[in-house]
Design a protein around this ligand. Sequence first.
Ligand code: MIC
Ligand code: SF4
Length: 647
Amino acid sequence: MGKSVVEKILESHLVYGDLKEGSLIGVRVDQVYTQDATGTMTWLEFEAIGLDQVKVPTAVSYVDHNMLQSNFMNADDHLFLKTSAARFGAYFSRPGNGICHQVHLERFAAPGRIALGTDSHTPTGGGIGMIAIGVGGLEAASVMAGMPFEFTMPKIVKIHLTGKLRRPYVTAMDVILTLLKMLTVKGGIGKIFEYGGPGVKDLSVTERATITNMGAELGATTSVFPSDENTRRFLNAQGRQHQWIELEADEDAGYYEIVELDLSEIEPMIAQPHSPDNVVAVKDIKGIKVDQVCIGSCTNSSYKIMKTVASILKDKVVHEDITLFINPGSKQVYEMLAKDGAIKDMISAGARILESACGPCIGMGGAPGSGQVSLRSYNRNFKGRSGTKDAFVYLASPVVCALSAINGKLVDPFESNIKIDDIPEPNEFSINDNMIIPPKKDKEIKIIKGPNIKEVPVKEPLEEKISAEVLLKLGDNITTDDILPAGTQVLPYRSNIPMISTFTFKNIDETFYERAFNAKSKGGGIIVGGENYGQGSSREHAAIAPMYLGIKAVIAKSFARIHRANLINFGIIPLLFADPHDYEKIEQGDILEIKNLIEGVRYNQRYEVKNLTKDFVFYVNSNLNSKEKDLILEGGLLPYVRKKVLG
Ligand code: MIC
Ligand code: SF4
């Protein structure tokens, strides 16, 4: 049988294992990148492993999330990241250079390679034909220390594209929103989406990147496109033609499943509050009043789409009831828009142009007013993520966003009489890497740590018995934003676990921190969750902070991939209900007892749980692979890697 693009890339990087669905594989990684909000921990962890130099061909440290600098903390973090990059041999993308995924796509991503990033939207690189996977910081640190990247071989699902998009009214954003409607935020769990079919050639690399970026919202391990003539054109325009290789699936490649999608049938779509899969057609809810519009982020920041937005705004004015924010994803795009007058058209229409950074997407400024409606070309609309708990955030294409910003209400592009230019991809991008500092690899460089930067806490090895209180019982699709919020107040503490842990579950239950703190001395706590527990951001803080607060186990119906790995990496055992009906029988406050844990982990991975409060017994499983077993037994990945790397 022939091979898929995914199999071809994985095979050429395989260190051990069998490319069979469900089996454990280890692959060699070409590129690792970090961003600042997850990167401070990653580089502290790399330092704690004890090596002098990174052992991957390319490592890049970006600064894009923590950019508000309302006090010394973020600036201190930036300096720490800059000095660590210089010391350990990574490129440093200076603040102002742009959002990691957009810059990485422009300047580093290449077809046929494997990249890891400490951010869930790393799959953006799939647009160029690269396998790009989001991971927790410690995972990235261990790979930078020379370990292969180990994961369970996902199912490969083909998205078979036919037809052509009805540009400029329909965009790549509408493609991924359509898929989210079809497949939901759980639809990609344990899967890689590989795009193929005749419709692929209709999409440029940056359009493909919008689609693979939001594959994260499907819960997929990653998404990938073939590398073809469009890929060659993009690399040429970036001055990187030598990095092009052709990469197509064989005609007779086998897939777990094939999903058909006709691009010509796609219409403008919109995700309603508070989940990216709560999708309807724009025409079905057109006319709703909008208070704020945000355009940009790592999802929709290409020159092509930003220039399209400028064409809509040209000679118009933003509606008097609306605030329009625009955050172009990279300095490259920003510079090009400035050069050709597009920024002038945006400013003249009344847009508030932000720096090239995540900004309102992660609640770093631009929070909507109380109960307001915000329409965003971003990728996540979880409740409270914008910084305003009672805001209603909708996600739609930049075209829908720009038209609505002028009209003051949600507009279906097909019904608008505003002229929209269909902008071609540029033949040449403005190439100016003056904000990327190359690796120095200088052992003499001193790593500078401000007073807010604290060491990474490490857990003790697994105990024989857990006897702990259910501190929270939660529903389905709990996000890592729910577990550990972001935003202006919390993000600056990403390098300070004792401080950031005070915000754990704060948006769900104000009393959590105090209750967990009290429970810590009495055997710790347990969290009970529903399906897809821990979806969303890759932030490992959503595991480290609970670990620091004495959480011993999370029992759920299913887990999101990155968060499950983060829990294991920090020694918290993720347990699955053997019978999901038992979920109903547990209440917050119950005391649960699990005995013979060590033996359970080593052997059958099935555990009897006694509900001491309600006096009944139920069973849970751990489903750990052989490496995960070792990690849980040792108390996490840090002690494990230290032993492996330093002996
Ligand atoms: C996000 O979009 O949620 C973030 C903020 O980029 C996160 C990373 C983080 O929490 O620092 C992600 O996507 O992984
Ligand atoms: Fe930044 Fe938003 Fe992209 Fe996350 S999703 S990397 S916060 S722009």
